[in-house]
Design a protein around this ligand. Sequence first.
Ligand code: AMP
Ligand code: GLY
Length: 427
Amino acid sequence: MNILVLGSGGREHTLAWKIKQSPKCGKIFVAPGNGGTGKIAVNLDLKLKDFDTVATAIKKHKIDLLVVGPEEPLVNGIVDFLSKDKELKNLKIVGPRREGAMLEGSKQFAKDFMNRHKIPTAKAKVVTAENINEGDRFLERLAPPFVLKADGLAGGKGVIITEELPNAKKTLRALLVEKKFGKASEKVLIEEFLNGIEVSFFVLTDGKDFRILPEAKDYKRIHEDDKGPNTGGMGAVSPVIFADRSFKEKVTRKVIKPTIKGLKDENIDYCGFIFFGLINVGGEPYVIEYNARMGDPETQVVLPRVKTDFLELLIATADRNLIDMDIEYERYSAATVVLVSRGYPEFYEKGHEISFGDTKMVLPFHAGTTLHDEKLVTSGGRVLALTGLGKNLAESLGKCYSCVEEVNWEGKRFRADIGFDLKNLGQ
Ligand code: AMP
Ligand code: GLY
């Protein structure tokens, strides 16, 4: 079976790495890929905005299964586009159509969906430039901190949290009037702040059944002690100590099942991953966001912990046969530490040559790397994620940190405290 993975990050390197372990895997392609995927698969230089060239490549390389990594092509309707092509009627696809991807593509859509299906989430009000004053009144009734969310996709930067009421009102105007994120911030959700600890759950669903993948916790802030601006993610761990049996049961019953049932009841045909960004508030799960894809760098700790043949799980999902599949987890713990370029998440440097020492202790997943004249050079903010596996969190993290100095380039940065809060909880 020939497989194409769309995307170019650490998530896609991990997906390709995992799929390749299956005896059912034939040729594997990644588009556009990175310096790491180029070593284990064939990189195809495609623009993911150009669905026609993606369709042409699928036909040319006789692709049987397509896995869409990032949200943008999903929200832009790549699955709807490919499903209409008569020559691709046998193509298996893991990824929702545009309608389902709106769970991530519109925060208002997601909030209304959760409210319709009584899925626990923060109280919110949607505001536009027309009723900005109602937004001010709503803010005045909330206790700080204030959470403002651009409705549409804003590259992970669309959530702004501020302690000061005047600043919240100013930010509301920056989003709605000055259109800070363009069309994505024509509507804004003002949300009640939920005080708790975050954890992410992931499922594969064929629209009828679902299988829960290992949970993970990521570390979004650039600096240690969760300080500084948000990034795509500076590290992740799995499992997460407080996501115990009782919490998982609540997540399944109060969040996952009503979400899958809600999609079915609303005739939204959803086939793919759902990423539930949750906050544990006093033992109760609340949804802060849905994503229509896997997380990055969460994938780098979730997939190594899946014991079941992952390609078989993907095929069963695309074939709407998940009912026939069980999922088993590995018993070990996984941790990943992301190495980033100087300046990230603001303006960062590129083009530095990367040197590798001994990284046998970890799985090095590439993100912003590219081959240039046979040399591996940096090409993005997040450059590599080093994943360590061990019998517990301390051992898996120990492996990551014993290798961080084995990979070098001018201006490499990383967080030295991934997992710190869980260690304090005794994990
Ligand atoms: P997102 O871009 O949706 O992942 O949100 C970014 C971050 O904002 C989340 O990881 C949370 O840390 C935080 N956040 C979002 N919504 C809330 C909320 N209602 N209460 C507290 N924190 C939130
Ligand atoms: N690491 C967060 C995300 O993938 O959205």
